[in-house]
Every structure is written in C-alpha cells, then in structure tokens.
Design a protein around this ligand. Sequence first.
Ligand code: NAD
Ligand code: TYD
Length: 339
Amino acid sequence: MKILVTGAAGFIGSNFVYQQLEDHPSDQIIALDSLTYAGNLKNLDGCKNNPNYKFVKIDIRDRESIYRLFDEECFDIVVNFAAESHVDRSIENPQIFLETNILGVNVLMDASLKYGVKRYHQVSTDEVYGDLPLDRKDLFFTETTPLHASSPYSASKASADLLVQAYHRTFDLNCTISRCSNNYGPYQFPEKMIPLMIHNALNDIPLPVYGQGINVRDWLHVRDHCKAIDLIMRKGRNGEVYNVGGHNEKANIEVVRTILKALGKDESLITFVTDRKGHDLRYAIDPQKIHAELGWLPETRFEEGIQETIQWYLDHQEWVDEVTSGDYQKYYEEMYGNR
Ligand code: NAD
Ligand code: TYD
C-alpha cells in the first residue's frame, strides 16, 4: 500500500511515520509537510535512508502541487495531520488556522476524490466538543456529543470535520475521522504545555501556569494515538468517527509538579499567570467505540510515559536548542512577556 502522511514533520506526524515503517514494512510512506515553524525535517532523520520512505515539501493549500503529487503517486490511503495546532496562536491570529485547517482539508479531499484514493483519514481532536464541567466527573465526550468549539483552533478543526462528513454524504468520499485527547511524547514542539514546562524547568525559567492550574486534560502517549490511527484508517468503518483517549485525566498543576519533581527542581518555579481567553475547563474521552470495534486500548501508563518523555528531552538537548532558537524567543516574549 502507498500512504500519504501530511504534516509528517510535526509532532504526531513524525511519530506516526516511524510507527508505520516499523509496523508495516511492506508499505510505502510519502511524508508531506510545508515545514512551518512547527515542522522540522530533523524529526524524520531516523528514516531518511529507508527505501520505503520519501519526503515532499508541499503546502496542503497548494491545489496544483497537491493534484500533481496525487496524479504521480496513486495513494491508497491519505492521512491528514497537517494543521496549525496551537490554541494560544489561534487566539492571536485565527486566519492561518482557517486557511490550513479548513481550506487545506478541502484540497486534500478534492484530490482524494479526483485520483481515486481508497481511504481519507482526518486526524481531529476532542477539542471540537468544547469542554466539560470540572465538577461532573461522570461526563465524557462520546462520538455523538454535539460539536461546540471554544477557540479559533477548535472551531477550524470542527469545521473540517463537518466538511469531511459532508464529502462522505454528498460525494461518497471513503473516510474516517479520529478525535483524540492531548498527546505527549518525543518531538513535541515546546509551545505546548508539557515540553514547555520541561524546557523551562531545565533552564530554571519560571513555569507559566494559566489561571489556577485546575484545568483538566486527558493525556495520551503519542504512541498510543498512532496505533489508534493505524487501526482506524485501515479497519475503521467508512464515514465513522472514533474518539481516542485513555481515561487519564490530570489537572495542569499536577502535571507541572510531576515534571518539577522528576527533574529535582523546586516548586517555587511555578508562576500563576493570566488565564487563556475562553480556556476549556476539562476534556475527557469515552473510548468505548474504538475499543469495542477495533480492540484498541492504550498501552502506556502516564506515570511511565511522562518519565520516558522527560528523559527524551534530556537526551535531545540539541534538538530542543535548535527549535527554541530564533523565532521561538520572539514568540515566548510576545506570549508570556506581559502575562
Ligand atoms: P504540529 O503543530 O506539531 O504539526 C503540524 C505539522 O503540520 C507541522 O509539521 C507543520 O509544518 C505542518 N503544516 C502546517 N500547515 C501546513 C500546510 N499548510 N501544509 C503542509 N503542512 C503543514 O501538530 P501535532 O501536535 O503533531 O498535531 C497533528 C494533528 O493532530 C493536528 O491536526 C492536530 O489538530 C491533531 N491533534 C493533536 C493533538 C495534540 O495533543 N498534539 C491531539 C489531538 C489531535
Ligand atoms: P496545551 O498544551 O496548549 O494544549 P491544549 O490547550 O490544546 O489542551 O495546553 C494544555 C493545558 O495547559 C491547557 O489547559 C493550557 C495549559 N497551559 C498552561 O497552563 N501554561 C502554558 O504555558 C501552556 C502552553 C498551556
């Protein structure tokens, strides 16, 4: 099989490429990315000599180049990770989120229809459901929970999901959608909470916790997310949505304390800063459907996964130094300078 992985130089995309090459050694992977600030070709260094792997630098909004690629390669499966993915950036500048996350998806689906792709998989997020109250631990997102996005990021992802479902109904696009909770693991850009806190703690920079640190996220190791997508895109039912999450809810402050403890740093580094606008309170996934239909269960316990992730960042200081040089300093100053 020939598989197009878009957004392949980002956090989850790069982990997914490694997982595909390892678990399906007879498949061919074409990794596509436009290499925005979040995309780093070094993330894919470990597979650059694999004969079943090829990288192409294309923007998913570039219809002409995408059509040419689809015409040349005849993909069996397209899996779309390419996106603007950071909520805080979407609050500062929503437009690029609409362009990539909605119009880019439109181009990929048109190409999939035109060139006879057998399965289009859209990587979505649990954030499309909005949030859950902190005091109702009995409530979880299911696949039938209404879409109720809070941020420009989640609204753009929800829009894409609606468009995928419309293409399924109107044009018979063979498709699946996965909606996963927060991921952590290697190669995550240090604008997201876990790698940002690790990076700051290592450098004795204050750890900026939004509001009171009581917001809850349902953390899943990126490896488990990749396994879920692998199952859904190959075996999931046409037109279906699958929620992916591991019943691993933690308040932000708890995660931050775990990181400080693991690194032997003092809690005095914690700094409570102005809350994020529209900050979602709690995400929590009910993963019953993917378990019942596809047999998926998470394999990495957070307690081990977080230690392993911290160790990865300790072992990859060069990678961290590279991605935090240049524009990152400017971003950090703008986002946190007056917070
Ligand atoms: P990321 O920001 O690390 O990676 C996104 C990648 O897409 C980058 O390599 C970037 O260069 C590329 N990209 C951006 N715009 C592009 C364009 N126009 N054309 C081609 N490539 C482009 O994000 P991530 O955390 O790896 O997320 C991947 C996907 O998974 C996203 O769709 C996101 O919404 C979804 N998701 C993420 C999480 C999470 O916790 N990180 C959870 C659930 C779902
Ligand atoms: P993030 O990693 O940006 O993921 P998302 O907003 O998509 O869930 O943030 C995770 C949680 O951590 C979220 O509740 C916001 C919070 N947070 C902080 O408290 N400080 C920070 O510097 C960042 C980036 C996030």
